[in-house]
Design a protein. Structure first.
Length: 444
């Protein structure tokens, strides 16, 4: 029997124009209204996915990149995923939802309170995708920290948020209708935090979570993190319940990535088995191996306009304007600021020789490959399920996060045939339990 794995969806496009640049746009669904997201979330829940993670970036981009980011709607516009989240909870019963929150921008007290509210409202289904991006700092009048300092700040942020969540001791809520005493103020922790980045007093004015009695943290919102650098993996080991992992998908890399996070977790006195490391996967499902071969062959020689599309997309992914670079020269990695995700740079550069002309890197990005031979992600349902099964069995993989927008057409294209296949193999759960997101993640 194959190993049971966890699955989720990374709404990597964020709360922006879903379906733009694709014929799906002509479904005429309103991207700025909740209906299309609610419909998609319902499908994800029915498919047995544990959670939906919603990407976000707070800024439309720096002045010189504004047109690049808005012309294909690849970087902006974007609405606030935190506001969308309750609409998704209203449409579902078991699915977990983790909107992205920038730990440098949302003050810890407000974050602790918003997520406490969502945790209660959703009956324990919320998560936070904690990110450390600093590019939007200019919109908030705060300094743009360097990479490691942004992680230091995120560590402190996480510490204070948790302290606020735990600032009501056991027995603080009395609810005695004889005396009409609701709570006991002596059991609230009016701590004073004076840290390097944050200075604030407790306690939080939200009631405690069920499951946190006796010093446990079972009721806390689930912490998700995506950073892939050494600091990012350490952050995950120390703080996260779920790592959104972007890496090469082969047995050796998956094993090494998991080992790094587990090691950081152990160093913190955590049990590695309490974390779920879920790798980002964007499969392209075809009806037959002949169709797969046709798709792969058709992508071998991109036209200039095909390449242009790749360059624009990579510019958004790496948050760096790559459009004016000389395609016949090698890529100078100095073009990327220190905050650009290592995973995203690695996704473009791969294992290529540093002397490789840029045109070849972009061409390689455009080219598709077969999942069955490890050159890409095009495959039949059976081939994709084989790949998923193999990483579960041979690399002890916890599971995958499918990546895409939240347009119903994308969700159906990815899941319609794959879900029954994974279920038949015993890789995908048949239903979600009623205990909330953490409980679903720890079911197996
Ligand atoms: C798969 C993935 C998803 C990410 N999602 C977001 C996001 O939604 N919003 C954001 O501001 N940053 C996002 N990031 C950026 C990270 O928070 C972080 O700032 C960046 O990856 C640099 O950290 P690193 O060097 O540890 O990777 C994401 C990164 C990865 C790899």
């Amino acid at each position: 029997m194959a190993r049971l794995q966890h699955f989720g969806w990374f709404f990597g496009r964020g709360f922006g124009p879903q379906g733009w640049l694709r014929p799906d746009w002509h479904w005429n669904l309103r991207w700025d209204r909740p209906g299309l997201y609610q419909q998609s979330a319902t499908e994800l829940e029915r498919a047995g996915l544990d959670l939906l993670i919603i990407e976000d970036s707070l800024s439309p981009g720096p002045k010189e990149q504004l047109d690049l980011r808005v012309r294909g709607a690849l970087g902006a516009p974007k609405l606030d995923p935190l506001q969308l989240t309750p609409w998704l909870f209203a449409a579902t019963e078991h699915l977990g939802v983790a909107p992205t929150v920038n730990a440098g921008v949302l003050p810890p007290y407000l974050a602790a309170r918003s997520f406490a509210t969502l945790q209660h409202l959703s009956d324990y289904r919320v998560g936070i995708n904690v990110v450390t991006d600093v590019k939007g700092s200019r919109h908030f009048g705060i300094p743009e920290l360097d990479h490691d300092a942004s992680y230091d700040r995120a560590e402190e942020w996480m510490h204070v948020v948790r302290r606020l969540w735990h600032s009501w001791a056991d027995g603080a809520v009395v609810e005695d209708t004889e005396t009409w005493r609701y709570a006991d103020g002596a059991k609230l922790d009016a701590f004073e935090h004076r840290g390097e980045y944050f200075s604030l007093d407790g306690p939080l004015n939200a009631p405690p979570f069920d499951g946190n009695e006796g010093g446990k943290a079972d009721g806390d919102p689930v912490i998700v993190s995506p950073g892939g650098s050494g600091r990012g993996l350490e952050f995950a080991g120390r703080n996260s319940d779920v790592q959104l992992a972007l890496a090469r998908l082969d047995v050796e890399t998956v094993r090494a990535y998991r080992a790094r996070i587990h090691e950081a977790a152990r160093a913190q006195g955590r049990v590695p088995a309490s974390l779920r490391i879920l790798f980002v996967l964007t499969p392209e499902i075809v009806a037959s191996t002949e169709e797969a071969d046709r798709l792969v062959a058709a992508s071998a020689h991109p036209s200039d306009s095909d390449l242009h599309e790749v360059i624009e997309r990579q510019s958004i992914i790496t948050e760096t304007d790559l459009t004016g670079l000389d395609l016949d020269r090698p890529l100078d990695l100095a073009v990327f600021g220190q905050h650009v995700s290592k995973g995203s740079i690695g996704g473009l550069v791969g294992n290529a020789d540093p002397a490789t002309p840029l045109r070849e890197l972009f061409t390689a990005k455009y080219r598709k490959g077969r999942i069955s031979d490890g050159t890409g992600f095009v495959g039949t349902v059976g081939e994709i399920a084989d790949f998923i099964e193999e990483l579960g069995d041979d690399a002890d993989n916890d599971g995958f996060i499918f990546n895409g927008d939240l347009h119903p057409a994308t969700v159906h294209r990815t899941l319609d045939a794959l879900v029954p296949e994974l279920r038949q193999r015993g890789i995908l759960r048949r239903e979600l339990g009623g205990g909330g997101l953490r409980s679903n993640l720890l079911d197996f």
